[in-house]
Write a protein that binds this ligand. Structure first.
Ligand code: C2E
Ligand code: MG
Ligand code: MG
Length: 578
């Protein structure tokens, strides 16, 4: 039964109205002034209120105003009835959310019709809210349990289904198998044909797997190129061999990707309950371990878990998972390490360095997560984030009149070989409006020497965009002098390891001196990194190193401290950073 609250200061009218509504089978509660009406509304949450506009303690529009400040009852529709035709008051009431206003004289039928219309609208609104809420809940549930690219169950749902399958298998005495498989060539597809092609390959793989396997099988996508097939009930081991063959067969047909047909090869690792373990997490790790083992054999290899196969610790798995979430939630922060020009003594540049303040593990060093980010391809979105953020920051410093700063950005080997790298940099320079001459791209010697001929072509394309190019960690790789001459580079960065302790080590002194001389004869700028003492700084300055970087000059600084450092540009002073 719908509940109506009548607020009216006139006893006769209130009783008459209440009687009319009771006769229409509404439940009625009544109050004789605004304050007690509001209190009753809070207590009973009526479906509708019929309020006399002129109350003993307040006007109708004042009651509506107070009503709107009570979150529990702000949505209760309110019909005002008034004895006076005061348009200003009526407008105020409508402005404050009155659902309807009736002026005396009006008939009972008109009042009842207004009430019915309003209640029907309210019911329709409530139904719409419920539908929206249901859809939102369904969407949230989907996001939490399904992979958005392939629409397959994700690791949460797989975990739930595996736990459930093992519970049933325990009770009914049968076996459960977990097949972990990876697409071996996804990385190359991403690198050569681009991420859209990689995504299409993953989607096609998901469709083929779902189509070729029995309906009761769960196919999930865990991370990157890894899928998992869960067979929740079997007793004959032959079944598992058949399923593995079926998977190899269905993925052996070529994938038609934009611009090219690609043949996939896969690796499969298998763990079985109860034979290998009775623990859900352990079975997942064993299947992964068997997969890793399979990947190191020939293509399309199927490996059942064996006790002598090393199982990867859960730490490594959780680091990768945490890194994926960190990318989604943009948990990284950006630091800048000042670089000092030894001729002028001024901070003329800064190297952008990424930091990962992990929410539970504390600070994680880039030395630890950059290799993992490279291995998983996550370095691409991370690198893009950093690139945009750093360029935007430098542009902002320029706009507030700070001294010009050369920004160095590290490009890992995966980023350097990304097919759309030049488009990405062009886009970033365009959106941030940063002059490319302010930018220096650091590529390690090792990354360049992986395929020196290809590197020359990429470097030329990058150089054409306008930034300077530096070889990072020079001296730790194996660059031949003939290549060094052909690389269109501007700067050599002498690695930390030659600089640290250079004062006490004559061999390092000889190396550093000859690198500086060679670089200058090739018309290159030299930056030495890792300067930790005043003596090291003096040695490098005496030997004509152009730029120095290291804890003695400054540790890497966050944007606020870097800005302060630029603001108080003070030649040859040491700036203590974070
Ligand atoms: P890198 O490019 O050679 O960067 C220099 C590293 O030396 C930085 O370590 C810096 O903090 C450290 N360093 C600077 N001065 C001194 C010093 O006086 N003494 C010592 N002991 N170390 C010093 P960080 O920030 O831990 O980075 C390590 C490496 O991680 C970097 O080496 C770079 O290869 C990689 N990395 C950092 N940020 C990024 C990034 O944004 N993108 C990519 N692709 N790689 C990055
Ligand atoms: Mg660097
Ligand atoms: Mg370096």
């Amino acid at each position: 039964m719908q509940k109506i609250l009548v607020i009216n200061g006139d006893t006769v009218s209130r009783q008459a109205l209440s009687a009319l509504l009771v006769a229409e089978e509404y439940a009625v509660i009544a109050a004789d002034d605004g304050a007690s009406g509001l209190a009753l509304a809070q207590e009973h949450r009526p479906d509708l209120m019929v309020v006399q506009a002129e109350l003993p303690d307040m006007e109708g529009h004042q009651l509506l105003e107070t009503l709107q400040t009570c979150p529990d009852i702000a949505v209760v529709p309110c019909i005002l009835i008034s004895d006076r035709a005061d348009m200003t008051d009526l407008r105020k009431s409508m402005d404050r959310g009155a659902a309807d206003c009736l002026l005396q004289p009006f008939t009972h039928a008109e009042l009842l019709s207004a009430i019915k219309t309003r209640l029907a609208k309210q019911a329709a609104l409530a139904e719409r809210y419920v539908t929206i809420l249901r859809h939102t809940a369904e969407r949230l549930n989907r996001l939490a349990h399904y992979d958005s690219l392939t629409d397959l169950p994700n690791h949460h749902l797989l975990y739930q289904r595996l736990s459930q399958a093992i519970k049933v298998a325990k009770a009914e005495q049968h076996c459960v198998a977990l097949l972990s498989l990876s697409l071996d060539r996804l990385r190359q597809v991403n690198n050569i044909l681009g991420f859209r092609a990689g995504d299409q390959m993953l989607q096609a793989t998901a469709q083929r797997l779902s189509a070729c396997l029995p309906k009761a099988t769960t196919v999930a996508r865990l991370t990157g190129n890894q899928f998992v097939v869960l067979i929740s009930k079997f007793s004959d081991p032959k079944t598992i061999h058949e399923v593995a063959d079926e998977i190899l067969d269905c993925l052996s047909r070529p994938f038609s990707l934009p611009g090219q047909e690609v043949f996939a090869t896969i690796s499969i690792g298998i763990a079985i309950y109860p034979e290998d373990s009775e623990d859900v997490k352990e079975i997942l790790r064993q299947a992964d371990a068997a997969l890793e083992w399979a990947k190191h054999q020939k293509s399309n290899y199927v490996q059942f878990y064996r006790a002598d196969i090393p199982v990867v610790s859960s730490d490594a798995i959780s680091l990768e998972t945490a890194l994926r979430y960190a990318v989604e939630r943009e948990e990284f922060s950006l630091y800048y390490q000042p670089q000092m020009n030894t001729h002028s003594g001024l901070i003329a540049g800064a190297e952008a360095l990424i930091r990962w303040p992990h929410p539970t593990e504390g600070y994680i060093s880039p030395a630890q997560f950059v290799p993992l980010a490279e291995e998983t391809g996550l370095i691409v979105p991370i690198g893009e984030w950093l690139f945009r953020k750093a360029c935007t920051q430098i542009r902002q410093w320029q706009s507030i009149g700070l001294p010009p700063l050369q920004l160095s950005i590290n490009l890992s080997s995966v980023q350097f070989n990304q097919p759309d790298l030049t488009e990405l940099i062009t886009d970033i320079l365009h959106t941030t409006q940063l002059d490319p001459a302010c930018l220096e791209l650091e590529i390690t010697e090792t990354a360049l020497m992986q395929d020196a001929e290809a590197a020359i072509a990429i470097l030329k394309a990058l150089k054409a965009l306008g930034p300077r190019i530096a070889i990072d960690d020079f001296g730790t790789g194996y660059s031949s002098l003939s290549y060094l001459k052909q690389f269109p580079i501007d700067t050599l960065k002498i690695d930390n390891c030659f600089v640290r302790g250079v004062i006490a080590d004559p061999k390092n002194q000889a190396i550093v001196k000859s690198v500086i001389q060679m670089a200058h004869s090739l018309d290159l700028t030299v930056i030495a990194e890792g300067i930790e003492t005043e003596e090291e700084l003096a040695f490098l300055a005496d030997n004509h190193c152009d730029v120095v970087q290291g804890y003695f000059i400054s540790r890497p600084l966050d944007a606020t401290d870097m800005q302060a450092c630029l603001t108080a540009q003070d030649p040859w002073s040491t700036i203590k950073g974070a």
